[in-house]
Design a binder for this molecule. Structure first.
Ligand SMILES: [Zn+2]
Length: 61
C-alpha cells in the first residue's frame, strides 16, 4: 500500500493544510479544490503543478 501526502507549507504557502490519499489521481483533485477555495487559485498552471508534484511525498507501508 502506498500513501501520498501533500502539505501546503511545502510549496511555500503560509498554510497548515495537509491532505493524503491512496493514489495521485485521488490526491490531486483535493489539492486543486483547496487551492481554489482557500487560496483563490482558479487554475493550476504547469509551473504550479510541477511544484505541487514535487512536494507530494509517497509513503509505502
Ligand atoms: Zn493551503
Amino acid at each position: 500500500m502506498a500513501k501520498y501526502r501533500f502539505k501546503c507549507s511545502d510549496i511555500g504557502m503560509n498554510c497548515g493544510f495537509e491532505t493524503s490519499a491512496k493514489t495521485m489521481e485521488e490526491l490531486f483533485p483535493k489539492i486543486v479544490d483547496h487551492a481554489k477555495n482557500v487560496h483563490n487559485i482558479q487554475e493550476i498552471d504547469e509551473e504550479l503543478k510541477k511544484k505541487v508534484e514535487g512536494a507530494i511525498k509517497k509513503t509505502i507501508f
